[in-house]
Design a protein around this ligand. Structure first.
Ligand SMILES: Cc1cc2nc3c(=O)[nH]c(=O)nc-3n(C[C@H](O)[C@H](O)[C@H](O)COP(=O)(O)OP(=O)(O)OC[C@H]3O[C@@H](n4cnc5c(N)ncnc54)[C@H](O)[C@@H]3O)c2cc1C
Length: 376
């Protein structure tokens, strides 16, 4: 069996279901991506807990159970819960990407799952009885199934279906990192989200005093200079908060164009299946992409264990996952659109947002997303 990444989670889920898995990863060593972080919501944590790895994944994360929304003029628009509390009290966390991936990778290795690096898939041959994956370095690997978790720009997706849609640019660039000892006061556990006049800013303060921040800047694709900080400072200048100041003090970080995927019609063919971002990338605005990828891992393992063969398992997997993930992608896209709002839409948004926040403060309106719990 051959696999890729978030795939440490997939491989551990398969192992728990009694199926041997190997991981083949394109990077020479896992991309550390230092400073970049993501939100692990309650549903993703529940999926990690089903694999017995949620404590490892959270060892250096910041608990962030609440989100407070602000307008660029400094007006507090409202507060919503960031996900739900699991029955053991665990709340949503903000975690360094490198720590999350590193801890899952180390745990997979500890559980005896083979991982090979520098293996970028370029093609595969599904013979009907097995799959032979060929890598850029000329080597190949053979397995019963190929479970592709190769991300939003998935090569496997276009090999599986040459007509498959490609990533859809959201109109936003994302930036982010950590400012050490920033001296920013703030309530612990709160993620501050600021709908600025020209760009969106989010930050939370760790116990250490470090400030973890990110920004979303509406921008044409390809139109970001090598030194983007003056552009970002200019975008936040005049907003009644500390965004411009934090950006000035931030170390350099990559400018990442934000993509999602329109519905991908074909998720599996023969012995090959797409999972995670390869099948259903969502924009980061919902903070759900990684959580959905781990949910996929758990559900797939259960389907493979319970079904009569891989065909039935893949069909069950798609039937169970497609409605949920497409709902999250659509929800996330709505938020991204509001972040990229033009001047007129922005006025409307700022008027409507407090009402929307009041409605979702109870969490019931988003319970479908956060309360979802998958099991093996
Ligand atoms: C700016 C930003 C912020 C985000 N914030 C959040 C957040 O707060 N919360 C959240 O849940 N999600 C967030 N996400 C989304 C999250 O990162 C993804 O949804 C999640 O990582 C998907 O996991 P995956 O395993 O499917 O794909 P990826 O994490 O993209 O992993 C794909 C892997 O496949 C490997 N690969 C690629 N091509 C090949 C190939 N040809 N052969 C072999 N290996 C290959 C890559 O090297 C990589 O290791 C964010 C994303 C971005 C860009």
């Amino acid at each position: 069996m051959a696999l890729w990444y978030m795939t440490a989670a997939s491989a551990m889920a398969l192992q728990a279901a009694g199926i041997d898995a190997e991981i083949h990863e394109a990077y020479p060593r896992v991309a550390e991506n230092v400073g970049s972080f993501l939100n692990l919501a309650s549903n993703g944590l529940a999926a990690l807990r089903a694999l017995g790895v949620h404590r490892e994944a959270l060892s250096s994360a910041i608990p962030t159970p609440r989100m407070v929304m602000w307008s660029g003029t400094g007006k507090r628009l409202g507060e919503v819960a960031n996900g739900l509390r699991l029955d053991d009290g665990t709340v949503s966390h903000t975690v360094l990407r490198a720590d999350l991936y590193g801890s899952l990778r180390d745990e997979a290795a500890r559980r005896g799952i083979p991982i090979t690096y520098g293996k970028r898939l370029v093609s595969y041959d599904d013979t009907g009885d097995e799959v032979v994956a060929t890598f850029e370095d000329g080597t190949s690997a053979t397995g019963d199934l190929l479970i592709a978790c190769d991300g939003v720009h998935s090569r496997t997706r276009s090999l599986l279906d040459p007509g498959a849609p490609g990533p859809r640019y959201s109109g936003l660039y994302s930036f982010g990192g950590i400012v050490r000892d920033a001296g920013v006061g703030g309530e612990p556990g709160v993620y501050n989200m600021i709908f600025g006049r020209r760009a969106f800013f989010g930050y939370t303060v760790a116990e250490s005093g470090d400030t973890w921040w990110f920004a979303n800047l509406p921008r044409r694709l390809g139109d970001v200079p090598a030194d983007w900080r003056p552009v970002l400072v200019a975008a936040f200048e005049g907003d009644a908060n500390l965004s411009a100041d934090l950006v000035r003090r931030a170390p350099a970080c990559p400018a990442l164009p934000v993509y999602d995927l329109p519905p991908v019609p074909v998720w599996h063919k023969g012995r090959v299946l797409l999972t995670g971002d390869a099948a259903h990338a969502t924009s980061p605005s919902s903070g759900q992409g990684a959580s959905l990828a781990v949910e996929d891992a758990v559900v797939l393992a259960r389907c493979l264990r319970e079904a009569k063969g891989h065909r039935e398992a893949f069909e069950r997997f798609e039937a169970e996952r497609r409605p949920r993930v497409e709902r999250v992608v659509a929800y996330s896209r709505t938020i991204s659109t509001s972040k990229a709002a033009g001047p007129v839409a922005r006025v409307f948004r700022d008027l409507m947002l407090p009402m929307f926040l009041k409605r979702s403060a109870s969490q019931e309106s988003l319970a479908w997303m956060y309360r979802h719990q998958v099991g093996l």
